[in-house]
Design a protein around this ligand. Structure first.
Ligand code: SAH
Ligand code: SF4
Length: 458
C-alpha cells in the first residue's frame, strides 16, 4: 500500500502500535477463515486501550461474509470485498488515515470518550459523498504491490537496499472453472483479464524503478486473454521478454488446462527472463477423484504435459498443489497420488487436507473418510516429499547456479533464490541484495541450499 506512505504512514511493528489495521483475508480453506474470527476477537482488546483505532477487513472472506463481519464485530470499521474497485478503497483509506490525526487528538483531549464503533458500511458511497478522488488508471489493475522500491528509485541517493525490489501484478482475476471443492469462483466471480498494453507498461515502469522480480498473479493466471486483442498468456510473456533490463518474470497460479506447448516453448527459449520454475497443480493422482473434483484432465494427460515441460526444460523445478481426503478418496486413490509424486519428483508440494467450503459442490458430497485417516495420508505424503526434495536439491551440490539475492536473514546470512525458486543461504555483504549472482552449492536440506559466492553477474 505504497500510496499510504505518501500520506505519512509507516509500518507498525505490532498490532498494538498500529492506528490502522487492515486484514487481508483468504477463503480457500476453512482454517484461514477460523483464524480471522479469533484474530478479530483478539483485536477487540486493542480498541479498549486505543479507542480510535480503525480495523478493516478486505479480500475474499470480506467478499462473502461482509454482513456477518459487520454484525458480529463492532470493532470492525469497514469491510471491502476482493472484487470491489481498488481505487475506491485507496481513496477511502487515504482519507481515513488523514482524518485519524484529528480523531486521535479529540480522544487525547477527551479520555472519557467511548470506543469508536462507527462502521462505514458502503465505502463507495463514502467516497462519492466526500468527493474523494480515485487514483490513476493503471492502479485499476488492482493491488499492484511493490517492495523496497523507494530506496532504488532514480531520485533517491544510492544506499544499500534492504530487500530486493519485487512487484506483484494482477493480470487477471476470477475463475471460470468450477472445481468442486473450491470457493474462489464464489468469492472472486468470473474471469476478467486486464489489457496487455497496460501490464507491459506497468512492468517496464517497475523495472525502471529497480524491480528485479515481477510476479504475475491471477486465480487462473494462464487463462489470461487480452480483452482488447484476445492474445493469450504466452504472448504476454513474449512481450515481457522483449523489454530491456535484467529481471525475472514468474507467474502464479496456473491451471493445467492452459499449460500449453506454446507456453513451455517461450519459457524454454528465455531462461534468464522466464526462470525455469513451474507451478503445476495436480490435486490428485486418481482419475476417479480428478473427475469428482471437476478438474477437466486425467492423470495421463497431466503426465504428458509434464513430459512436454521436461523435454524443453530438463532442469526446471516443478511445484504442485495436492488435496488429500477429498470425499470418496480410498486408499487406492491416495496411493495413485503417491505414485504421481514418485513419477514427477516434484521439488515442492503444497499439500492440504480437503476442507469443505460452503457454496461448493463438494460440500454436499458424502464424505466417509475419517479425519485421522486424512491426517495420516497427509503426513505420509509430506514425509515422502521431504526425501524427494532433499534428493532433488542434492543434485545441485557442486553446481554453480544463477541466483537473485533477496534479503538478509535474522541470523545474518543472506537469502537468495535460484531460477528454480529454491532458497539459497550464504555469507555475503549487504550490497549484494537485489543483485543477480552465481552461487556454488555446497550443502542442502529439503527446504534450503547452502552456498558460497562464485561471481557477480551484474
Ligand atoms: N487455480 C489454482 C488453485 C488456486 S487455490 C488451480 O486450479 O490449481 C490454491 C490451492 O488451494 C488449490 O490448488 C488447492 O490445492 C487448495 N484448495 C482449494 N480449495 C481447497 C479446499 N476446499 N480444501 C483444501 N484445499 C483446497
Ligand atoms: Fe479454484 Fe483453481 Fe479450480 Fe478455479 S481452477 S475453481 S481457482 S481450484
Amino acid at each position: 500500500m505504497q500510496y499510504l506512505d505518501e500520506v505519512g504512514c509507516t509500518v507498525a511493528k505490532t498490532e498494538a502500535e498500529a492506528d490502522v489495521i487492515v486484514i487481508n483475508t483468504c477463503a480457500v480453506r476453512e482454517k484461514a477463515e477460523q483464524k480471522l474470527w479469533s484474530y478479530l476477537g483478539e483485536l477487540a482488546d486493542i480498541k479498549k486501550t486505543k479507542p480510535y483505532v480503525k480495523i478493516g477487513v478486505i479480500g475474499c472472506v470480506a467478499s462473502y461474509k461482509k454482513k456477518e463481519i459487520y454484525t458480529r464485530f463492532d470493532q470492525v470499521s469497514f469491510v471491502y470485498g476482493a472484487r470491489e474497485e481498488m481505487p475506491a478503497l485507496q481513496a477511502y483509506l487515504t482519507d481515513l488515515v488523514v482524518g485519524l490525526e484529528s480523531t486521535k487528538q479529540v480522544y487525547a483531549e477527551n479520555p472519557q470518550l467511548s470506543v469508536d464503533s462507527h462502521q462505514d458500511r458502503d465505502i463507495k458511497e463514502v467516497v462519492a459523498r466526500k468527493g474523494l478522488f480515485a487514483v490513476s488508471r493503471l492502479s485499476k489493475l488492482g493491488g499492484f504491490k511493490q517492495h523496497a522500491l523507494k530506496k532504488t528509485s532514480a531520485v533517491t541517493p544510492a544506499e544499500p537496499i534492504k530487500e530486493v525490489g519485487r512487484s506483484y501484478i494482477n493480470i487477471m482475476t476470477g475463475c471460470n472453472k468450477r472445481c468442486a471443492y473450491c470457493i474462489v469462483p464464489v468469492t472472486r466471480g468470473q474471469e476478467i483479464s486486464f489489457p496487455m498494453d497496460e501490464i507491459v507498461q506497468r512492468v517496464a515502469h517497475d523495472v525502471a524503478n529497480g524491480v528485479k522480480e515481477v510476479m504475475l498473479i491471477g486465480q487462473n493466471v494462464n487463462s489470461y486473454a487480452d480483452p482488447v486483442t484476445g492474445e493469450r498468456f504466452p504472448e504476454l510473456l513474449r512481450r515481457l521478454v522483449a523489454l530491456e533490463g535484467t529481471f525475472w518474470v514468474r507467474y502464479i497460479s496456473p491451471h493445467p488446462q492452459d499449460m500449453t506447448v506454446d507456453l513451455f516453448d517461450v519459457m524454454a527459449a528465455h531462461p534468464h527472463r522466464l526462470p525455469w520454475s513451474v507451478h503445476f497443480p495436480v490435486q490428485s493422482g486418481s482419475n476417479k477423484i480428478l473427475d469428482a473434483m471437476l478438474r477437466n484432465y486425467t492423470i495421463e494427460r497431466y503426465l504428458e504435459q509434464i513430459q512436454w515441460l521436461r523435454d524443453r526444460m530438463p532442469t526446471a523445478t516443478i511445484s504442485t498443489d495436492i488435496i488429500v481426503g477429498f470425499p470418496g478418496e480410498t486408499e487406492e486413490d491416495f496411493l495413485a497420488t503417491m505414485a504421481v509424486i514418485e513419477k514427477v519428483r516434484f521439488d515442492l508440494v503444497y499439500s492440504f487436507i480437503y476442507s469443505p467450503r460452503k457454496y461448493t459442490r463438494a460440500a454436499k458430497m458424502e464424505d466417509d473418510c475419517l479425519p485421522e485417516v486424512k491426517g495420516a495420508r497427509l503426513e505420509a505424503l509430506q514425509k515422502r516429499q521431504l526425501v524427494i526434495a532433499l534428493e532433488n536439491n542434492s543434485r545441485n551440490i557442486g553446481k554453480k547456479l544463477r541466483c537473485l539475492v533477496e534479503k538478509r536473514l535474522e541470523h545474518g546470512k543472506l537469502l537468495a533464490r535460484t531460477e528454480g525458486n529454491v532458497r539459497v543461504i550464504f555469507d555475503g555483504t549487504e550490497n549484494l541484495i537485489g543483485q543477480f549472482i552465481d552461487l556454488t552449492i555446497i550443502s542442502v536440506s529439503p527446504q534450503n541450499m547452502h552456498a558460497v559466492l562464485s561471481s557477480f553477474i551484474q
